[in-house]
Design a protein around this ligand. Sequence first.
Ligand code: GRF
Length: 192
Amino acid sequence: MSLRLAVLGSGSGSNCQSIFNAIDDGRLDAEVVIVLSDHEDAYILERARQRGVRAEVMDCGGYKNKFPLELQAEVAEKLKALNIDMVCLAGFMRLVKEPLLAAFPNRILNIHPALLPAFPGVEAWTQALNAGAKQTGCTVHYVDAGMDSGEIIMQAYVPVKEGDTPETLHARIQVQEHILYPAAILSAVSRL
Ligand code: GRF
């Protein structure tokens, strides 16, 4: 039976698109049932709408970074009602806590633009450049209550090149992210 996915994102949604693409070309037997964003103008919502996928804004009550616990409870209930099997965070910029975690144990994944445990947190590609790293990459991991701290599922390496700027490095990392995320979802499914 095909996997029922929910995707949460705050930005452009290129990783969400890579999941759509993997579904369309048969790499992933899944359906994205709903896309949720904390920003009403996030392009990830537009990508969902263009595909005919349910797209909804989560009202975080004016908090810049907080993901209110009551809202997380509502989201958990909504996703349960939709029989969601797995939740994919794709550029979602708020920390997931209980009760969303408890509702989907080992079923919430995140993609991070560095080789965790190196460079957790924001602008991981800039952190890698500033640290003089020779290589960086991306990681798909299970989400726990910490910041980019859950068990690692899969990683891909990306070399840091002479003359890289934050933008060129992030763009090269994203190419790998788009290959990695669908593959890591499959891997996580095989472990359920
Ligand atoms: C990606 O680099 C992802 O690793 C990070 O945020 C970015 C989201 O990009 N967590 P997009 O919205 O999927 O294009």
